[in-house]
Design a binder for this molecule. Structure first.
Ligand code: NDP
Ligand code: GDR
Length: 373
């Protein structure tokens, strides 16, 4: 990211001149938690293209965690027109959330931050609940008290809800389907969902829940099954790896493209009234079908490489998710542009290129083939 790393993140520090809420009357200001994640990066690009000023809250880590947004970062010391600004905060730190809201004075708040890995949530349930459930409550409360203090009642809030909340409910799942969460992550997302509904009903806040089904991309975290598969396909094809260890291949998911889904988030906040929406492709595929397409695309047979490893099975599984997104299609006018096969091929293409770059490092002796950068 920044060559002058000491200065990062841009705009941090109270009273910083780069924090300019309400700066330009015709420019909207968005605040995004989870900006360094898959969706945060696509949403930032989308909002910048719409002319927004985008502020992202990032958490402190011992290494830079901004790989997904490096390409849109402009060092504020080198450019006056940097429209993406980053600030240190954490969903576990209520004071940081209120402080940045007061200072940035956003028009729209997108709460995307989460410990978002379902399997990991069984390992760290307490932390997952703190970030995913109570973190959303902290942010809603910060919005409520910010509005009470400033009168800025036009502020809008988006909550990143998940199809995991439906859990074992029979598909197709719509806004009217009951929740039956099957993990600490999913139960925490249900709490965040109801906090959002409650703050809308109790305080009249413009707050929406997007209930998004799985969405993927070349920027997907490498320990989610789709990216784990496409990374392996790239590395196997280039000769850096031979085996891929996976868990349950029979689970079905409604997989869409993240770039399409961030548009739906924005659309929800442009309506006259706040509401909750399911966002999905309405098509479901098993992990095995994903394997068939991904390996088949580069003339490999997944059965020659995949090894089942019990460690990747979950204490409780979500077997079948398939959304009914008719409300979002009708009310928002949203529809997905990228289909299943196109998505898989897009991810494989990018990961083949990535594996080629790794191979150069391996051949030059800068990297061990077992090690990933
Ligand atoms: P990612 O895991 O890629 O990104 C999560 C983001 O949250 C990262 O920026 C991460 O920061 C940040 N974060 C984690 N913990 C904290 C914390 N304590 N305080 C502040 N920030 C934190 O998720 P996605 O982009 O895929 O998903 C975005 C949101 O949508 C999440 O809430 C997820 O649960 C939800 N969702 C995702 C779906 C999907 O298929 N992708 C489907 C439905 C819902 P860092 O980079 O430092 O780790
Ligand atoms: P999910 O995504 O749990 O649906 O949550 P993930 O890709 O982790 O799992 C999908 C399915 O694949 C099966 N699976 C494996 N999963 C992983 N991660 N690793 C493996 O080796 C493996 N083998 C099989 C899983 O058991 C599961 O059935 C994602 C996250 O983005 C959440 O934050 C989001 O809310 C939901 O999607 C919608």
């Amino acid at each position: 990211m920044a060559t002058n790393s000491d200065s990062f993140p841009a705009g941090s520090g109270s009273g910083s001149p780069t924090v300019n809420g309400d700066a330009t009357p015709d420019r909207k200001i968005a605040l995004i938690t989870g900006i360094t994640g898959q969706d945060g990066s696509y949403l930032t690009e989308f909002l910048l293209n719409k002319g927004y000023e985008v502020h992202g809250l990032i958490r402190r880590s011992s290494n830079f965690n901004t790989q997904r947004i490096n390409h849109i970062y402009i060092d504020p010391h080198n450019a006056h027109k940097a429209r993406m600004k980053l600030h240190y905060a954490d969903l576990t730190d209520a004071s940081s959330l209120r402080r940045w809201l007061d200072s940035i004075r956003p028009d729209e708040v997108y709460n995307l931050a989460a410990q978002s890995h379902v399997a990991v949530s069984f390992e760290i349930p307490d932390y997952t609940a703190d970030v995913v459930a109570t973190g959303a409550l902290r942010l809603l409360e910060a919005v409520r008290s910010h509005i009470a203090a400033t009168g800025r009642s036009h502020i809008k809030y988006y909550q990143a809800g998940s199809s995991e909340m439906f859990g074992s409910t029979t598909p197709p799942q719509s806004e009217d389907s009951p929740f039956h969460p099957r993990s600490p992550y999913a139960a925490s997302k249900c709490a965040a969902h109801w906090y959002t509904v409650n703050y809308r009903e109790a305080y009249g806040i413009y707050a929406c829940n997007g209930i998004l089904f799985n969405h993927e991309s070349p920027r997907r975290g490498e320990n989610f099954v789709t990216r784990k598969i496409t990374r392996a396909v790239g590395r196997i094809k280039i000769g850096l790896q031979s085996k891929l260890f996976l868990g349950n291949l029979q689970a079905s998911r409604d997989w869409g493209f993240a770039g399409d889904y961030v548009e739906a988030m924005w659309m929800m906040l442009q309506q006259e009234k706040p509401d909750d929406y399911v966002v999905a492709t309405e098509e479901s595929h098993t992990v095995e079908e994903f394997l068939e397409v991904a390996f088949g695309y580069v003339d490999l047979n997944w059965k020659d490489h995949v090894v089942i490893d019990k460690r990747y099975f979950r204490p409780a599984e979500v077997d079948n998710l398939k959304g009914d997104s008719s409300k979002a299609r009708k009310v928002l006018g949203w529809k997905p542009r990228v289909g299943f096969e196109q998505l898989v091929k897009m991810m494989v293409d990018e990961d083949i290129e990535l594996a080629k770059r790794e191979k150069v490092l391996v051949d030059a002796g800068y990297m061990d083939a077992q090690q990933q950068p």
